[in-house]
Design a protein around this ligand. Structure first.
Ligand code: PLP
Length: 579
């Protein structure tokens, strides 16, 4: 059955199981959620990623918020089956052997989406080549480009070796895998010299490729100098790349490579599609807004609640629209249980006992400067006054900074400073170390309000607020990314700053942040809890029913995979016939 997969989905990171450390954040979670929905819907897909057996990293924080990192190793043999099919890539003229481990994602009605995790830690490789699939986003640019050769080119070779002859689409989840286009071009030319490729050959590759771009932050687009890519790929392939217009100013831009070779390109929210088009005006760029896998991100108390009232939600996420029929009291009870679990876990991890009667804000995401983690503390005096006069606050933070991102590390230290400065002013701050899948689940379900304060327009989509919505937690966010689409004032949460202006205005955002906390959100939470519960319920109805990967994948099928003729009913029938 898996041999008939029609779409191969490539991603440098993929969150497949909480105990497999093969992801760092939103990109990997999205990849995993996409394939989990493919398995549920019976879409014939197959995933390709690297094994990352030493993980991203394990985060340690000292009492001042200084981050240190250690390896985050895990045991592939506990989760995966080794495949024997051999494949290889050429790096710096050497043959680097690649094998795959297989992970099966089983959907709700039994359909399996296999994921191949590529591994170069093989005795036949040199000691350095053996490390190439160890660390997600580790090492330097040289390490990174070699990993991308393994992912893109090695991935296509492995799929061939495993007999995936029916693949019609190759979906690049971000530009890390765009070397796959070179492997497809080589196949198209049947061994002839790549420099002999005609426009028709390139068109044949384009007809099979789909590219999703994920960030308007320039550093998020990999670039490799001419010297580096010709050193790694060889002079000949290097000059072929040069001829493909993927090397503006002489540097290879992986995003340009993906754009040049893709038939369909999209951003991950409507605004992000427009911004990406402004960044790459020569290409038509569409938009399909991200989602989250509902079952994965719904907390146990809410799963039980939905099972009782709208059992269809597991198969068909549109049924979330009908939570309006669930009594507010039951929504609150489920939330109280989710909050209790979170507070127990926080107590176990940090020793801090949070207060169940105090409003709890959640903020957890990668500690990157554009995320502006410390925006809530722009005016600490005002925050103290609000907490003193309207009601106390608890704020739970989480998030890792990339080991080489000093700006991100500094953000974490500043949260620890704010914690000190605000102590004794009815504001309690907790920072949980090592934010991951498990903490993501706990925080997005156990807090009362989900905060997001990025610099505009850098939040391509954001997905943690969607997880919060599934659990009845409204958002309080800067109008950017998905929130431009998910925001309904007073119904799904609250906006920070005016949404009419597209550029940032710090002063008006700051005023809006504190005014809404003081005059709208905190008074409602403390004085009119029933009204707050209504916001929680409409958050689920309006946003959980839309911002899920079931809807998202249906849009990819209709808009991006459309000419690939993925026939879900055929896959379903095959499943039922027990093939
Ligand atoms: C969902 C998730 C993210 C992505 O959250 P954003 O809101 O997109 O920043 C990152 N890390 C983990 C562990 C997650 O679960």
């Amino acid at each position: 059955m898996s041999e008939n997969a029609k779409v191969a989905y490539f991603s440098m990171e993929m969150a497949l199981d909480p105990s497999m450390h093969t992801y760092s954040g939103g990109l990997g979670v999205l990849a995993g959620d996409t394939l989990r929905s493919a398995a549920d819907l019976g879409v014939p897909m197959v995933g390709v990623t690297l094994i990352h057996q030493k993980g991203y990293f394990c985060q340690h924080l000292d009492e001042n918020g200084n981050q240190t990192e250690t390896d985050d190793s895990w045991k592939p043999e506990d989760f995966l089956r080794p495949e024997t099919a051999p494949a290889a890539v050429t790096i710096e003229g050497r043959t680097v052997h690649v094998r795959a481990w297989r992970y099966d994602i089983r959907g709700i009605s039994g359909h399996v989406v296999p994921v191949y995790l590529l591994n170069t830690d093989l005795p036949e490789n040199s000691p350095w080549d053996r490390t190439l699939t160890d660390h997600l986003y580790g090492g330097d640019e040289h390490y990174r480009i070699c990993q991308e050769v393994v992912l893109g080119i090695g991935g296509v070779h492995i799929l061939n070796a495993l007999g995936h002859s029916e693949l019609q689409g190759f979906h690049m989840n971000e530009g890390h895998s765009s070397f796959l286009a070179l492997a497809l071009l080589e196949m198209q030319l049947k061994g002839a010299d790549l420099s002999a490729a005609t426009e028709q050959d390139i068109e044949a590759v384009r007809a099979r490729c789909i590219f999703t771009t994920h960030t308007p932050v320039p550093a998020g687009h990999d670039q490799f100098s001419r010297e580096l890519f010709t050193h790694v790929l060889g002079e000949h392939l290097g000059s072929t790349l040069d001829a493909t217009h993927c090397c503006p100013q002489g540097a290879l831009n992986m995003t340009f490579l993906a754009l040049r070779f893709s038939r369909y390109v999209n951003g991950v929210a409507m605004r992000h599609g427009e911004i990406s088009h402004d960044m790459f005006p020569a290409y038509p760029i569409h938009a399909i807004t991200n989602g989250v896998h509902a079952l994965t991100w719904t907390s146990p108390p809410f799963r039980e609640l939905y099972d009782r009232h709208i059992p269809e939600w597991r198969y068909d996420n549109q049924y979330f629209r009908y939570v309006f029929g669930i009594p507010l009291e039951e929504i609150l009870q489920a939330h109280v249980r989710a909050r209790k679990t979170l507070f127990e876990e926080i107590k176990a991890a940090t020793g801090e006992q949070l207060d169940e009667k105090v409003m709890t804000l959640g903020f957890a995401r990668r500690a990157a400067t554009y995320k502006r983690t410390n925006f809530l503390f722009s005016n600490p005096e005002r925050l103290k006054t609000i907490a003193g006069s309207v009601g106390p606050l608890q704020i739970v933070f989480g998030g890792k900074a990339h080991p080489r991102d000093e700006g991100g590390k500094d953000l974490i230290r500043r949260i620890f400073e704010a914690r000190q400065a605000l102590q004794g002013h009815r504001i309690r701050i907790v920072y949980v170390a090592n934010y991951d899948w498990r903490w993501g689940q706990l925080l997005t379900s156990g807090t009362d309000l989900w905060l997001n304060t990025p610099h505009r327009p850098y939040e391509a989509s954001g997905t943690s607020g969607m997880k919060a919505a599934l659990n009845g937690v409204p958002s309080f966010s800067i109008p950017d990314g998905w929130w431009l689409e998910g925001h309904l004032e007073g119904a799904t949460g609250w906006d920070i700053g005016r949404s009419e202006s597209s550029s940032e205005d710090h002063a008006s955002e700051e005023a809006s942040l504190y005014d809404k906390l003081e005059f709208i959100i905190l008074p409602m939470f403390y004085k009119r809890p029933e009204e707050y519960a209504q916001v929680m319920r409409s958050t689920i109805a309006v946003n959980a029913s839309f911002f899920n990967t079931q809807r998202m994948l249906s849009q990819y099928l209709r808009n991006a995979y459309e000419s690939i003729k993925v026939d879900i009913s055929a896959a379903d029938a095959e499943e039922k016939a027990g093939k």
